[in-house]
Design a protein around this ligand. Sequence first.
Ligand code: FAD
Length: 401
Amino acid sequence: MDLTANEAEEVVRAECRAWLEENLPWDYGTGLPPRFEDLAEEVAFGRRWQALLAEGRWVGLAWPEEYGGRSAGPLVNFVVTEELARARAPELVGRIGVNLVGPTLLAHGTDDQRSRWLPEILSAGHLWCQLFSEPGAGSDLASLSTRATRDDAAGGWHLDGQKVWTSYAQFADFGLCLARTDPDAPRHHGISALAVDMHAPGVEVRPLVQSTGEAEFNEVFFDGAFVPDEHLIGPVNEGWRVSQSTLGHERGVNPRQLVIHVQHLEELLRLAQATGAFDDVRLRRQLASAYTEIKLFQLHNWRSLTKLASGREPGPEGSALKLYWSEASQRLHATALDVLGDDAPLWRGADGLAGDGEWQRSWLYYLSSSIFAGTNEIQRNILGERVLGLPREPRPKEPST
Ligand SMILES: Cc1cc2nc3c(=O)[nH]c(=O)nc-3n(C[C@H](O)[C@H](O)[C@H](O)COP(=O)(O)OP(=O)(O)OC[C@H]3O[C@@H](n4cnc5c(N)ncnc54)[C@H](O)[C@@H]3O)c2cc1C
């Protein structure tokens, strides 16, 4: 494992830092991005910020230059993510497009789809959502029942069905949707991947309020929504293969969560110092564990990055990483609430510390980390079967056709 950035990576780091000092909409080094009560305002701000970043070519660094990237390796991408986090830049509002849809289009899209959609993804001109999960198909995604019925005369499909837990669907312009195009084929073989225009007639988005009080995810209903032929991604009935690319990117190396958690750790340690928590032997032990776990997360990440940088796929290791960071995150957040103690629900932060119940919000949010991107039980199954070589769990029988 190589933990040092090479000269080229250090050049990009310096270039990125200089760009941020020049362009950051808040004071570099001391300021914080604005906070928004309203999610729509936050998204609008996020779009403007991402457009600015894209102008500087700081988004989608690994993408080919012809689509607005820099054809950079995973380590350069990581260095830039670190610099953005150091500047306290918020997560990309178009992260589903940039992290999941873009790589999927690069692997399976047509030239026309790539040149039409990729630049708009980078600049947040178009926001995308991921239309995979359904009320009856989450962990067992292949049992999805949203149906795309062929309409030869119109040159496309009509979609009927329902998706659920679709993050940011209410702001999305397009959705990467898995739908059944051949109901008679075995489960994994009759699915296609389609780009759905979220503003088309027959698409209805209903926000779901989550425990943080925000409505980041939604139910999406399709009632005959039309999807033209040129929105088919990959060959017809091969959507399962397409979706494996998307999911691989969702679970693989995770620089974003790493830098978020390095920030959380720094804030937690500052909070502990401010409240005198280090004087409590029990809290001191928890804080030391949080520190150690985030360092271990860093090491796991670097190991996967080193593998990626040498052209190898992280493989089932992605599951170990996801399992590790999500559980470490929940412990770190529980420690933060212990440090706050009885004041936690009413806590207001002093200057420079997360405030206004932000730790409680974050604690609630990260409870979901063991569910999203594939639940931790599923990650354990993958590790058991594909890494430890344990017997496969029984699968539902495929209908014989
Ligand atoms: C914050 C958040 C954002 C999300 N955003 C999106 C999004 O944008 N787009 C999208 O498509 N989806 C999204 N999801 C949905 C997510 O992918 C699903 O919640 C997840 O795949 C689990 O599916 P499920 O909720 O249907 O649970 P189920 O699959 O019904 O599972 C219920 C429980 O049973 C367990 N279980 C199921 N099968 C097995 C098994 N074989 N072995 C052991 N245990 C098992 C699970 O681990 C879980 O504990 C999001 C979820 C969250 C929490």
